[in-house]
Design a binder for this molecule. Sequence first.
Ligand code: ZN
Length: 290
Amino acid sequence: MRFLVLLVLLVSVSLADVRVVVTYPWIGDLVRKIGGDRVSIHVIAKGTEDPHFVVPKPSHIAKLRRADLLIIQGAYLEVGFLPPLLRQANNLKIQPGREGFLDLSNYVQLIEKPEVVSRAMGDVHPEGNPHYHLDPYNIPLLAEAVKEKLCKIDPDGCPLYEKNFEEFASRWRSKLIEWNREFSTLKGVRVIAYHSLFNYLLKRYGIVLAGTLEPLPGIPPTRSHIEKLLRLENVKIILVGVYNERRTARFLAERIGAKVVLLPHDVGSLPEVRDLFSLFDEILRRLKDG
Ligand SMILES: [Zn+2]
């Protein structure tokens, strides 16, 4: 009898489990916050990896094959590694356009969209800047999209997803008040960034992007481009991502009297960044120290 009860319990627990695969750790954190214990999450990229060049490991294929839902950042960010994984997983449910597929880039306004798609935007941003999760105002929109999708896939769990979403959104709103106050003290500060990784954040808070070390997104710095950057004045900070080489940034910083600041771009990119809240807290802390 006891065995039977246990069996029934186990079956009901596994039935409640929505198997979600996400491409990046910040999406995983968002799904965990909304889905709670009803979802199991597999994250493809590591927070320390370059999000444009994730290594497609075969271990992800099995997870994709059994997934109920695939959530991606979109805007061409995963184009280098996701299509072959999806093909090999051969799971109809999670193909683009199906119910088990969610492209979060459809829920925000992309910036730096080229008028015509061409190499003019460099190698890695053909449809505009895909790093939209670094505008804290976008996060509640994305949380809502995740909640809606989970409700569709698992209607029995919807009351829980609604409740978790409300709690998350309300906590986020109060943090926004704090972040708005703190980030606004950086308004007008001139920075150079290695890649256009933090542009949404800089734009939101009026921090001035005077230039990027890459001449175009995804194109490594060249001597002639660095020479142009050497002429920039009043640049306080050079921003580098955790996966960028730092030699060029240090070289430039020494000559123009700026400081190199390493910024996290995703959950898990630095040990301090455990979730989306600490992601923005840590970015703020490092920018203010810089
Ligand atoms: Zn990029």
